[in-house]
Design a protein around this ligand. Structure first.
Ligand code: MEV
Length: 423
């Protein structure tokens, strides 16, 4: 470690920015950018805070879930995601919308004990002590029980011949509750240590299999028709793509990435922990031993039926949700009243996103549909100003093979013409 990093966390923000600017020889503009993007709330949220990294927020429209209309704020850097979610949602809304069922939202906390001399005897003892263990958990976080939730159930699983996992089911109410569950697990861990056990770890599991959401939708096959293909042809390809994601992990990974494009973007906008949702989703995709597509699509009686089940444990209060001001605005736009409702909307965004991606793959391919958005990003990337972006995009649309070089040539020509008074 070099000197300048030593004690960095103790410095004021101004000093930190100054040191970084000096260390990495930042230009005046770069230093100004670091300063301009400082945000007082964010400064309190992470260690060694330097500046804030902004991402675009757009709203997906047309979503109909359990007969209720929603708009969904999405935070994402990929140009086509919001448009695709809205398109997929529109197609489904025209056909009655998404239907989502939820099981009771419970978090799972794990306390793992190792080096057991007699596993059967320990299981027996733990079963006898169930009420006491739940009491220890609830006493560590009494506010949860006061709000009508708390630790309610224990499950004991053998992990290997002398290891056990004690799994505590916790009703975290309207919060995702990670901190609360961790506090409970640690209290149980200490209690077990006091009883002579070796506790390897005491922490929540992000594999939230007690917070499952299942979404379905049914679209008339004729509604899938394009200028070039019949609805039957499109539907057949979508079902084949669905099957491909069930048999091939390479395709399944991309199929699921498309689903998570929508889910992550909406989860971020809701102020929840999207890494927790990501890891839970991928674990669920491999629940029967092989990694598979999370959604499936089938044709029956003239309808294309889509379905997906996911562990989605989300909150509408607590953690960064109460800290980030934009989250309150986003919740207001979504008109969300409960954590389960939020999960129902977000899983629907995931299936809408997947439908849009598969339909594009089944028809024109992914690139064609979102050319304009990609050209826009390309124009920004090559340095076009706000007023130049439109013109660059317009010209790129008339060019067959577009890449960075062609876009740069277009921009240069535009500027030349402008200087010559032709624009
Ligand atoms: C791109 O971000 C996501 C897709 O690749 C998903 C898919 O292939 O299903 C379009």
């Amino acid at each position: 470690m070099t000197d300048w990093q030593h004690g960095f966390y103790k410095l004021s923000l101004a000093k930190r920015q100054q040191i970084v600017a000096h260390q990495f020889e930042l230009t005046g503009n770069q230093q100004e950018l670091l300063q301009r993007q400082v945000d007082g709330v964010n400064e309190q949220m992470v260690e060694n805070y330097l500046t804030s990294f902004h991402l675009p927020e757009g709203i997906a429209v047309n979503l109909l879930v359990n007969q209720q209309k929603y708009v969904v704020p999405m935070v994402v850097e990929e140009p086509s995601v919001v448009a695709a979610a809205s398109n997929g949602a529109k197609l489904v809304a025209k056909n009655g919308g998404f239907k989502v069922t939820s099981n009771k939202s419970m978090m799972i906390g794990q306390v793992v004990i190792t080096d057991l001399k007699d596993v059967d005897e320990t299981v027996h003892w733990l079963q006898q002590e169930t009420i006491k263990i739940l009491q220890v958990a609830n006493q560590a976080k009494p506010s949860m029980q006061q709000r009508g939730g708390g630790a309610t159930k224990l499950k004991i699983r053998t992990l290997k011949k002398d290891w056990l996992a004690i799994e505590i089911s916790v009703d975290t109410g309207e919060a995702m509750g990670a901190n609360g569950v961790n506090t409970m697990c640690e209290a149980v861990g200490h209690w077990l240590t006091d009883h002579g056990f070796n506790v390897l770890t005491a922490i929540l599991s992000n594999f939230a299999t007690q917070s499952l959401q299942t979404v379905t939708c049914a679209i008339k096959v004729i509604d899938l028709a394009t200028d070039m293909m019949t609805g039957e042809q499109v539907a057949k390809k979508i079902t084949q793509l669905s099957e491909l994601a069930q048999v091939d992990p390479y395709r399944a990974t991309t199929h699921n990435k498309g689903i998570m494009n929508g889910i992550d973007a909406a989860v971020i906008a809701s102020g929840n922990d999207w890494r927790a949702i990501e890891s839970g989703a991928h674990a669920y995709a491999a629940i029967d031993g092989a990694y598979k597509g999370l959604s499936t699509w089938q044709v029956e009686n003239g309808y294309l039926n889509g379905t997906m089940t996911l562990p989605l444990s989300l909150g509408i209060v607590g953690g960064s949700i109460d800290i980030v001001p934009l989250v309150e605005v986003n919740q207001r736009m979504m008109a969300i009243e409960s954590a389960v409702q939020l999960a129902q909307v977000i899983i629907s965004v995931g299936l809408a996103q997947n439908l849009a991606a598969l339909k594009a793959l089944a028809t024109n391919g992914i690139q064609a549909g979102h050319m304009e958005l990609q050209y826009r990003s390309l124009a920004v990337a090559i340095g076009a100003s706000e007023s130049e972006v439109e013109q660059v995009v317009k010209q790129l649309k008339g060019i067959k093979h577009v890449d960075r070089n062609t876009a740069t040539a277009v921009l240069n020509q535009l500027r030349k013409d402008k200087n010559n008074g032709r624009n």
